[in-house]
Design a protein around this ligand. Structure first.
Ligand SMILES: Cc1cc2nc3c(=O)[nH]c(=O)nc-3n(C[C@H](O)[C@H](O)[C@H](O)COP(=O)(O)O)c2cc1C
Length: 217
């Protein structure tokens, strides 16, 4: 199986990257070929609304026509059996790079056609498993998540256009090595330390298992 794992956090060694790398390990251990991508290393835009992908003559082509660094990454994704996108939560939503990537991935593979059953017609003719990984500061109990509806909408489009979309939430992540150096009375450094020791390893394990699951035909 070909698996693409994308870290849409600017931090290459942060929480999201660690979870993404755990997915890579799980997928590799189950025999997959894996490509790991740090999205913030590339220079690209979100959908430019050029509509080249929606022209009749391009009906068979699910690859975004806009030429920038993302084009090769999108090509890799279209050849994959599974696509995993990890993102930190920024103000209740996915990172701007994750959003830009999804706009380009989804819109070029999507159509304005509805079939007899009322479903939108996707240009992707095989089932591609997808997954979203979200990391965030708040503890699970805080249930702040008025962003969840928006996250679910994007997962709905991934499911409709590519295939079933799993999600993995990592709450209560440790943001700073040394909390005492930063302006903060919102997060208890001791609780963050505790969460990193007890909760984060469980999240890493879930990510590893996700990688293994995505590598099964
Ligand atoms: C600009 C910005 C906005 C953030 N907004 C939220 C938020 O709305 N909710 C939350 O729980 N954490 C928020 N965070 C914290 C990050 O989501 C969290 O620390 C995440 O695990 C960071 O991932 P990383 O280590 O991969 O960079 C925010 C962080 C930044 C930099």
């Amino acid at each position: 199986m070909n698996v693409v794992v994308i870290n849409a956090s600017p931090r290459k060694r942060g929480n999201t990257a660690k979870l993404c790398k755990s997915v890579v390990d799980g997928a590799k251990d189950n025999g997959s070929d894996v490509k790991y991508i740090d999205l913030y290393s590339y220079d690209f835009k979100g959908c430019m609304s050029c509509f080249a992908c929606h022209l009749k003559k391009n009906f068979e082509n699910p690859l975004c026509f806009w030429r920038d660094d993302l084009k090769e990454i999108l090509k890799t994704c279209l050849n994959a059996d599974s696509i995993v996108l990890g993102t930190p939560i920024y103000y209740g939503s996915i990172s701007s790079y994750a959003q830009a990537f999804l706009e380009r991935l989804l819109f070029a593979a999507d159509t304005y056609l509805i079939d007899e059953d009322g479903n939108r017609v996707s240009k992707i003719k095989k089932e591609v498993k997808t997954a979203m990984i979200y990391t965030m500061n708040v503890p699970k109990e805080m249930d702040y998540f008025n962003g969840e509806d928006q996250l679910a909408i994007m997962r709905g489009y991934l499911t409709a256009i590519f295939g079933e979309c799993e999600s993995l939430y990592a709450y209560d992540t440790k943001q700073f090595k040394q909390y005492s150096a930063y302006v903060n009375n919102m997060f208890d450094p001791d609780l963050k330390e505790e969460s990193e020791k007890t909760q984060f390893p469980k999240d890493l394990k879930k990510a590893y298992e996700l990688g293994q699951r995505l590598s099964v035909e």
